[in-house]
Structure formats: C-alpha cells, structure tokens
Design a protein around this ligand. Structure first.
Ligand code: ZN
Ligand code: ZN
Length: 359
C-alpha cells in the first residue's frame, strides 16, 4: 500500500468511528432550496427525539456519500509536496499582561487566543497532538502553559479537531467554558464544573463580555456522543469595546446575513477556509474560501481572520492550499485584501481601531 492509500485508510477509519450511524445534514440541492426565505427557520425549534438538527437544511443521510468519498472517489490533488505553513516563535508571555487595546494570536486550526485589554479568551482550544487520528502538522503557536488562569473559552462543537480532551485537562482548572447545549455534562465529568451551556440565540454575561451562542450549519458526533446528540454553534463575543464572531465549523448559510443585520458591525470575524473538498460531500458542512469571504461580507465585519487550515489534514485538498484560494476569491470579487487576514501559526495580530463607517 502506498503512502496515499495508507493515509486514506487511516482517515476512513477515523471517519467511520465518527459516523457509525451516519453523518447527515442537507444534500446540496436541498440546502440551496432551503436558502430561500430561510430567515425564520434560523429561529425555529432544532431539537427533536434527543437530536439536534439544522431547521433550514432538511436532514438527509449521507453515510453512503461518506463511503463513496472515502472508498470510490479519486482525490484530484497531489499531496506529495511538503506543506508550507508559516509559524513564528511566540512564548505566549504577553497573555499575562494587559493590552492597550486588543490582539489575536493564532494557535492553529480553530484555536485563537484573543487578548482584549486585561482579558483573554480562547476559541475551540486545541493544543493536543492529534484530532483523534489525524496528527497535528505544526506545533501549537503558543504553549498551553501560557494561558492565564483568568482566561475563558468558547467551544463550537464536539468534533475532535475542536474539542480536545487533553487540552481541557491541561488548561487552568478554574477556566469558565461556554458550550452549546448537551456538552456541559462532558466537562463536568472531567472535573471542569465552571461550564455554561447555551442554546442558539441565548447569551451569558461574563464580566464585561456578552457571550452569545448562535446557529451554525453543521453536525456533531464523538465516541461519547451519538450523531447530533449535542448542539453545534458559532459565537458572538462582545467586550463592550469590540465584537468578535467565531464561526466554528459551518457550511455557508443564511445565518451570516442575519447576524450581520442583527449584531453588525463586527470588528473581527474568525472564519474557516479549509477542509472543503470534495464539494459534493463537504459543501453542506464546511465552507470553501469563496464562501467564507462571502460570509465575511454578509457579517458586515471589518476584518476576517482565516482559520481551519494548515494544522490537520482532514479532507482532499492539501492543508496549505486554502489561503491561496482565498486570495483568488477576494481578488475575483474586487475585495480589500488587507481586511482578509491569514496569520502565521503563533502570530499575534493587533485588532485595528474600529473605523468610522462601522461605528
Ligand atoms: Zn466539525
Ligand atoms: Zn473542524
């Protein structure tokens, strides 16, 4: 068996473990159909018979599609070239201090450390060596020990590249966790009692921060939880001075325009650009770079920070391809490349002053 075939088998094993009774969210055509007049369904009930669902995207089983992808579809990409993922040295020591305004540091994948004045929060903290089976390609941008005890964290869903048990166990025990419905028990069982479970559109207050759980178009499963037994979400974190949007994992859906209308303008939108091929299978659950750029425009955000690339090899496209595709998408739309930011792992980025047009 050559390296590519071996990698494919390992990945199939991982996917099967994740998807024993089916992954399943909307087929592409159903999702497109549902896109019309979808806004009311963003607020519709989304829990039935112990499982969550995306009300605007009718559920269809795609387990056979998963097998079709893994067993019968040929990956058109050549993944033999060494990956080009920039990384800069960062000991994380600055997180212990106070920022004059705000910075965001990319730890890798969907993990950012946001440092807003004297406060720190993490998104989907993953400092571990593996996302279940896929191994980490680039070490985390800062050491886990540099996360201060007063930090808090938001978690988007239970997939292994977003919820990492090793990281939860090694982050400060007192850390408050904000999680979507159904995940609280998982944290309490690990001795992490400071956990707040929220449903879509619910908010919690934490110091000067208003933390709001918002819909995303995705699904959930891990060994401890059956398919869609726990919710998935995006987060709006408002410090009073600055509004941050963290998308988690999501397909492109009408929620972005709704969030932009309701909560915009947004200072920083952290949006996934990777793990999108093949489109016929991935489109309903992961955006491609052009969709992520459109989501950024829908959100009326000032800056976009690209994430969910370069850290784990999860899908057909090479893990370092998405930033180049994003640059092309921004150029094709005549966009302002300086507002779509692709950080190096470990890079600390200063949140720009909010311009007059988005006050
Ligand atoms: Zn996911
Ligand atoms: Zn993911």
């Amino acid at each position: 068996m050559n390296g590519g075939a071996a990698a494919r088998c390992v990945r199939l094993l991982a996917m099967l473990t994740l998807a024993l009774d089916g992954v399943g969210i909307a087929s592409i055509s159903a999702a497109e159909q549902a896109m019309k007049n979808a806004s009311p369904s963003l607020y519709a009930p989304h829990h039935e018979s112990g499982r969550y669902f995306n009300p605007w995207a009718p559920q269809t089983s795609s387990f056979l599609d998963l097998l079709k992808w893994q067993l019968f579809s040929r990956n058109p990409y050549d993944k033999s070239a060494p990956l080009q993922v920039p990384r800069v040295a960062n000991d994380g020591a600055r997180l212990a201090g106070v920022e004059h305004s705000a910075t965001v540091t990319w730890v890798g994948h969907a993990t950012f450390a946001v440092h807003d004045e004297g406060d720190v929060f993490l998104t989907d903290p993953h400092f571990g060596a593996r996302a279940m089976i896929p191994r980490r390609l680039v070490p985390p941008g800062i050491p886990i020990e540099s996360v201060p005890a007063h930090a808090f964290a938001v978690v988007s869903h239970n997939h292994y590249d977003h919820l990492d048990a090793w990281s939860v166990d090694h982050l400060p025990e007192s850390m408050p966790w904000f999680v979507p419905m159904g995940l609280g028990e998982w944290f309490r069982k690990r001795g992490r009692a400071n956990v707040v479970e929220l449903d879509w559109w619910q908010s919690a207050q934490h110091g000067r921060f208003t933390i709001t759980c918002l819909p995303s178009q995705h699904w959930s499963r891990r060994v401890e939880h059956g398919t869609n037994e726990t919710l998935w979400c995006s987060w709006l974190i408002d410090s009073g001075q600055r509004r941050y949007f963290f998308a988690g994992d999501t397909g492109y859906f009408p929620g972005f325009a709704e969030f932009g209308q309701r909560f915009g303008p947004i200072d920083v939108a952290m949006l996934p650009i990777g793990a999108y091929e093949p489109r016929w299978f991935m489109q309903s659950q992961h955006m491609d770079p052009a969709e992520a750029y459109q989501a950024f425009l829908d959100l009326r955000a000032h800056s976009m920070l690209a994430m969910h690339w370069g850290t784990f090899d999860l899908t057909d496209e090479p893990a370092d391809l998405p930033p180049r595709v994003l640059a092309e998408a921004v150029r094709a739309k005549g966009g302002d490349a300086s507002r779509t930011v692709v950080l190096a792992i470990g890079e600390q980025w200063h949140v720009p002053k909010r311009p007059a047009e988005i006050r």
